[in-house]
Design a protein. Structure first.
Lengths: 113, 115
């Protein structure tokens, strides 16, 4: 069966350090992958998109990598700040699936000052 | 531009009752989605509309859930009758059709509690 797995344990990190989150998938051939941020009581907010033929994408302090051999994406927040505390969701889109997203369970990040 | 609007924000009902949620997407967005998010999990797609037509409703429990988007703009999602396991946040999202890959814009969600 198809699975998208994110670490369900919260990631506690000191301000200024780099947070690294993983998104692993099985029995899937995604055309691209998106990362979203979700704050309590709010809907997810789009952060980054990476295609299957791209190895890395950056946006300000965020970096995403995509390894289709390992079936894994890594999401990095460099120089983390308390305002980065939130749940981060990865979402995959299969080829020929329109814009249908399948989400992982999310990883909660807590950045301590 | 205004974001995706949803109402109500919170709803508490007894099991076997009916409930309806409303969503107004971002102006001009042709695609509208309804997701169910159970506490501690990621959102799960229930139904996807392209204008007023259904693109995907494979995960919609059609014996109790229904959705419509009559004029290709706003949409309603209904549950009738509700079960305890329907307690969740119901998220509406929309996206434009410009380009091959489109980010989705989410509303704040409706938190449903079924007692």
């Amino acid at each position: 069966s198809q699975k998208i797995e994110q670490n369900s344990e919260a990631l506690n990190i000191q301000e200024g350090k780099t947070a690294t989150l993983t998104c692993n998938y099985t029995n899937y051939s995604p055309a691209y992958l998106q990362w979203y941020r979700q704050d309590p009581g709010r809907g997810p907010v789009f952060l980054l998109l990476i295609r299957e033929n791209e190895k890395e994408k950056r946006k300000e302090r965020l970096k995403v990598t995509f390894d289709t051999t390992l079936k894994q994406s890594l999401f990095h927040i460099t120089a983390s700040q308390p305002a980065d505390s939130a749940t981060y969701l990865c979402a995959l889109v299969k080829r020929a699936a329109g814009n249908k997203l399948t989400f992982g369970g999310g990883t909660r990040v807590l950045v301590k000052p | 531009e205004a974001g995706v609007a949803q109402s109500p924000r919170y709803k508490i009902i007894e099991k076997r009752q009916s409930v309806a949620f409303w969503c107004n997407p971002i102006s001009g967005h042709a695609t509208l989605y309804w997701y169910q998010q159970i506490l501690g999990q990621g959102p799960k797609l229930l139904i996807q509309f392209q204008n007023n037509g259904v693109v995907d409703d494979s995960q919609l429990p059609k014996d109790r859930f229904s959705a419509e988007r009559l004029k290709g703009v706003d949409s309603t999602l209904k549950i009738q009758p509700a079960k305890l396991e329907d307690s969740a946040v119901y998220l509406c999202a929309s996206s434009s059709n410009r380009g091959q890959v489109n980010e989705q814009f989410f509303g704040p969600g409706t938190r449903l509690t079924v007692l």
